[in-house]
Design a protein around this ligand. Structure first.
Ligand code: PA5
Length: 423
């Protein structure tokens, strides 16, 4: 993974922040900073439960044997990481034998009904994921799924078709799983939802998708090693963290996560949760939003190029695509496209990225932070997610924010519960 700040139009050097970064790094690693109850993710690539990890692989192999569909039921941090990984690594039209469908992430009655109608009568298994066990979107979907499983497979067999990922000892879902005899996996106490993709929360669905989770954890471990130094010259996660703060000082209020791969769109959604929920509090923080180019160059591209100068872009380039196509010659050339004959479509994508960089930075004066990953493998996913964990922790501490809570999300719930008549 590489970071290039040459096009970020920074008016200060990131290295001027070395002292501050070293102090905040100590706070994070010594667990003396804000939200220090939730920094279990820092050492997780070394400390994760190896016995549970093997159990995840075994459960995934069983699920792939007995089902054609896995319904993953969860929301927020209990949903986005798994979906981001599966789409990035397997692509959007994977021919893997197990289809994965996400539920529990909405109150849309149409979506819920369509998913239930779609899986009914098919060989399906459920993985319900909730740390609290009380999230309403997830609970509604899970009750409906549980009744369908019991109807389809029989009450006495239902425990073979439902897997629960939740708190190790307490909560509504843990109690329910104990009573019903479901196999359970643990969301560690000291890891919040949006930092949980490399725990069972993400790993079980990801392994079910046929992805090598050993490789994913190897990527996370290598990133742990690379980003455990306070030295800004060595640590690109911290360089990125500082660059964001400098751009904010320069008047930017929004960061656009850009990739040129449609299968990275859910990575952007995962990143938006990670960054938005972590630093968007106390009236502070950059608005995280996203675009997938060149698709969105035909929509948001206009705003980035010529709209209000509030935006900077963080562009994730993928060096090697999972698949490539050579553009064919056509003897009639009625579409006048023969000038590209023999070229790879990935090369065209790269030229689009280069042309856009020049347009946005040189013509539009929009700062671009450039990040590159070698490919869209499990290893790169594990590495990249840890990079963003370290970056958001540092960049949030730089503005004196607790990156590990989300008090703001309770406000809508309080109002909704009143309207729903919940006691
Ligand atoms: O980041 C977070 O903590 C949230 O997005 C939660 O993950 C989300 O609300 C789901 O919570 P739970 O796992 O308790 O159902």
């Amino acid at each position: 993974m590489k970071l290039n700040l040459e096009k970020a139009l920074l008016t200060e050097s990131v290295f001027d922040y070395q002292e501050e970064v070293a102090r905040l790094h100590e706070m994070l690693h010594n667990k003396t900073g804000k939200g220090n109850d939730f920094v279990g993710w820092v050492d997780w690539p070394n400390t994760y439960d190896k016995e549970e990890f093997e159990r995840i692989k075994k459960a995934a192999a069983d699920i792939r044997e007995k089902a054609d569909i896995l319904v993953v039921c969860g929301i927020g941090g209990s949903y986005l990481g798994a979906r981001a990984a599966i789409e990035m690594i397997n692509g959007l039209y994977s021919d893997d034998k197990l289809e994965i469908i996400f539920l529990g992430n909405t109150f849309s009655s149409t979506y819920i009904s369509q998913v239930l109608n779609y899986v009914k009568g098919k060989r399906f298994v459920v993985n319900v994921i909730s740390k609290s066990g009380t999230t309403t979107e997830t609970s509604i979907a899970f009750r409906l799924l549980k009744q369908m499983v019991e109807e389809q497979y029989g009450k006495e067999n239902a425990h073979n078709y439902i897997y629960a990922t939740t708190d190790k000892a307490k909560g509504t879902l843990k109690n329910l799983a104990n009573v019903e005899g479901y196999e359970t996996f643990v969301i560690p106490d000291d890891i919040g939802g949006r930092f949980s993709v490399t725990t069972a929360v993400g790993l079980l669905p990801i392994a079910c998708a046929g992805i090598d989770i050993d490789e994913l954890m190897r990527g996370a471990k290598d990133a742990f090693d690379a980003f455990s130094t306070p030295d800004l010259k060595e640590n690109i996660a911290y360089q990125y963290a500082v660059a964001r703060r400098i751009l904010e000082k320069q008047g930017k209020s929004a960061e656009m996560f850009v990739s040129y791969e449609l299968q990275m769109a859910m990575v952007a959604e995962w990143w938006k949760q990670l960054f938005g929920e972590s630093e968007g509090k106390d009236g502070k923080g950059l608005l995280p939003y996203s675009g997938t180019f060149s698709t969105d160059l035909h929509s948001l591209g206009q705003f980035v190029q010529e709209g209000t100068k509030m935006v900077f872009e963080t562009v994730i380039n993928v060096d090697k695509p999972t698949l490539d196509i050579t553009f064919p010659e056509d003897k009639d050339n009625l579409d006048n496209m023969n000038y590209l004959a023999g070229k790879s479509v990935h090369w065209v994508n790269q030229m689009a990225a280069q042309g856009t960089l020049e347009a946005h930075v040189d013509t539009g004066s929009v700062p671009n932070i450039l990040v590159s990953i070698p490919d869209m493998s499990a290893y790169s996913f594990g590495y990249m997610t840890y990079f963003f964990f370290k970056a958001i922790a540092m960049t949030s501490y730089m503005i004196d924010i607790n990156p590990f809570n989300q008090p703001g999300v309770e406000v809508y719930k309080k109002n909704m519960f009143k309207l729903l008549g919940k006691n």
